[in-house]
Design a protein. Sequence first.
Length: 232
Amino acid sequence: MRKLVVLVSGRGSNMQAIASACHTQNWPASIAAVVASRRDAPALESARRLGLVARAVDHRDFADRAAFDEALGRCLAELAPDLIVLAGFMRILGDAFIERHAGRIVNIHPSLLPAFPGLHTHRQALAAGVAAHGATVHAVTAALDGGPIIAQAVVPVLPGDDEARLAERVLAAEHRLYPQVLQWLIEGRLTLGAAGISWCGQPPPRLFGGASFEPLPPLPDPSGGEPLPPTA
Ligand code: GRF
């Protein structure tokens, strides 16, 4: 069984997509905890409703990034995850933290990296007038949004799109892309290492869109429904 810890800061819809896929597809993995960088992150309540352990290491309780990183590191040391999954985690982690957890951290970013790193990616995409936008899952290195790309989901930019509409389309793709990549990691099809990513056998296509997502089931309604049994 691989142990995942999901780090969040806000809403937590990616976390829910991951928890749902882990449960419904019987991954040989468990979510040891969902850890938020804010105690008021709505994701914590969603995690509890799913029967998951939910913890907060609130960045506002610490004087600087190094102190926050240290506290987060202590929390993770207790949980001892095989994989640290950043899912809407809005804090920049320091180099020392990343080095200490090298080869065990993945992130999802809402753009087709290397295009539009940083914040407000949908606004950036609309301003640039691109025809295609999307999301990227990548290994985390000290380079912000710059670690090795594992897979990307492409969505079209449609006439009349505004930030909200485009964000919604990208988010739906994220909910399919991230669980798929985690499944590859858990099943050992993909390994992260200090030197980059490596595939066991033939790598899958790096770009996804439309029908390539077929294997993943639809998400449950995050506003209610049956809670998942505890996986921790
Ligand atoms: C997602 O778009 C993710 O790519 C970005 O922040 C957003 C988080 O959404 N890093 P959620 O908290 O998973 O709903």
